[in-house]
Design a protein around this ligand. Structure first.
Ligand code: SF4
Length: 87
């Protein structure tokens, strides 16, 4: 993505099976190459990984306001309670 991937936006490099189409290629962004997966990050399912990524993105948004900072975990908890991913 030429301007970088905005928070909350699905990367255009993901295929229909959620696999990076740039994996192993020189054009894969350096930040992606440097990010090492961990059990904490990946969880045991794609849904758990998705929720973790949402939390990371919301907690690292540069313009995050203090109220949004504290509302993010509550929003994530409610999404998890509903047992489904946001549309
Ligand atoms: S690793 Fe980077 S380039 Fe690949 S899908 Fe994820 S965010 Fe996109």
């Amino acid at each position: 993505m030429p301007q970088g991937k905005p928070a909350g936006v699905r990367c255009i490099q993901l295929d229909s099976a959620n696999r990076c189409q740039l994996y192993g290629k020189a054009e894969r962004p350096a930040v992606c190459v440097q990010l090492k997966p961990s059990e904490e990050m990946c969880g045991s399912s794609a849904e758990q990984a998705y929720h973790y990524l949402i939390a990371l993105e919301q907690l690292t948004v540069p313009s995050v306001q203090s109220e949004a900072f504290f509302q993010a975990p509550i929003k994530i908890f409610r999404i998890a309670q509903q047992g489904r991913l946001p549309g």
